[in-house]
Write a protein that binds this ligand. Structure first.
Ligand code: FAD
Length: 373
């Protein structure tokens, strides 16, 4: 007779996706173990913005973020050197918060839910029986790969085949300066974007994203004197830290008893601000599938969840590649900001995907008729 399972679900990776998966699976009464080679709070370069749909998904996991840990923003503002346009979220606010604070809150919530942790533990392989952790086998019924963009679990489970893959480079730095805007601001430069998220009454998080591995924040700021001016000589609170951001779709996210979640299961470019939201939403769907004992349910839900963010990521990467079109789109949006509001509502899932098409048509018309300088 085979030895009994030591845990029902073994989650490889204790980042936002792994912790969310663990919390949701515990909510179904499953025994859950999480292993990560780091220890909380785990830091990672990030724009540190949680859109309203991320906050809804976190609430489903039993986590409400208080004002002592975060700073609210009411919408998104796009800026070029020539123009700007902003829109409020249709309801509620997003929140900016330090990545380490979010990680600690998720880890605390998971501990409170009864998740068993192996922090500082390296997973070196998976097999039919379970997971090899620090060289020991832990027998598990299900294995969840939440080990990020360069997932080993994905490779071990032969799930690496992808449909599309686009890579850019992100650099993050905090500045000790009072937020000057109640929006997350996205500055569109030539071949790069800055996005600025307020994370406390005294601090902002700035991320530079571009296709150029060598481009750094200080040099790119030369192309945006307005942004440098907003910083008002504030000193950086920490060193610039870089990470790769990828827009990538995998052909499959489940095989046998293995499921992928978060960046391990595919990701959208960081400029969308939707990476963590997807992970939290996937966690809820994965727990339903684990409880039903059928991972194919998760595969179907995962495909649906990814559709809208991929579409929006493709649209934003298109604007990055074609500056002439982007400038015309920006001028058109500044003339008709209601179109921008509708697109933002669709971006965060507050309006149906069909709303993207119904908003894009008037935008196209506006670009043709009124978008010229
Ligand atoms: C520059 C940048 C800005 C971003 N800005 C935003 C934003 O503003 N809002 C937003 O929602 N998203 C943003 N994102 C996306 C977001 O950071 C990711 O979607 C999110 O980190 C995915 O979480 P994850 O848990 O899947 O992966 P990760 O956070 O990468 O966690 C994976 C974990 O697995 C562990 N691990 C890996 N292999 C092993 C192993 N073999 N054994 C043990 N442990 C292992 C790692 O230590 C790590 O802790 C941004 C991304 C980038 C690059």
């Amino acid at each position: 007779m085979p030895a009994p399972y030591e845990t029902d679900v073994f989650v490889v990776g204790g980042g936002p996706a792994g912790l969310a998966a663990a919390i949701a699976a515990r909510g179904k009464g499953l025994r859950v173990t999480v292993a990560d080679w780091s220890r909380p709070p785990i830091e990672k370069p990030c724009g540190e913005g949680l859109m309203p749909d991320s906050l809804d998904a976190l609430r489903q996991l039993g986590l409400t973020i208080g004002s002592e840990h975060s700073f609210p923003f009411r919408g998104i503002r796009f800026l070029t050197r020539a123009t700007s346009v902003s829109a409020n979220f249709p309801s509620g606010c997003g929140l900016g918060m330090r990545r380490t604070e979010l990680h600690q809150l998720l880890a605390d919530r998971a501990a409170e839910a009864g998740v068993h942790f192996r922090w500082g533990a390296r997973v070196s392989g998976i097999s039919r029986e379970g997971v090899a952790v620090n060289g020991e086998l832990v027998r598990s019924r299900w294995i969840v790969g939440a080990d990020g963009q360069n997932s080993h679990v994905r490779r071990w489970a032969d799930l690496d085949a992808f449909h599309s893959y686009k890579r850019r480079f992100g650099f993050r730095r905090h500045y000790q300066v009072a937020p000057w805007s109640d929006c997350v601001e996205i500055y569109w430069g030539s071949g790069f974007q800055f996005y600025v998220t307020p994370v406390s009454p005294r601090e902002i998080c700035m991320v530079l994203i571009s296709r150029h591995r060598q481009l750094r924040i200080d040099r790119a700021l030369d192309g945006f004197p307005e942004l440098r001016e907003q910083l008002n000589g504030a000193r950086p609170a920490n060193a610039e830290r870089g990470a790769v951001t990828v827009s990538c779709r995998f052909k499959r996210v489940v095989r046998d008893r293995v499921a992928l979640i978060g960046d391990a299961s595919g990701s959208v470019d960081a400029v969308t601000g939707e990476g963590m939201c997807l992970a939290f939403q996937q966690a809820v769907k994965l727990a339903d599938a684990l409880a039903a004992g059928d991972l194919s349910l998760y595969a179907t839900e995962h495909r649906c969840l990814m559709r809208r963010p991929f579409f929006m990521a493709d649209a934003m990467l298109f604007l990055d590649r074609f500056p002439g079109l982007r400038d015309r789109a920006m001028r058109a949006l500044s003339v008709k900001p209601a179109i921008f509001s509708a697109l933002l509502a669709a971006h965060i899932g507050a309006r149906s995907p069909a709303a993207i098409v119904t908003s894009a048509l008037p935008l196209g018309w506006q670009m043709l008729t009124a978008g010229r300088p």
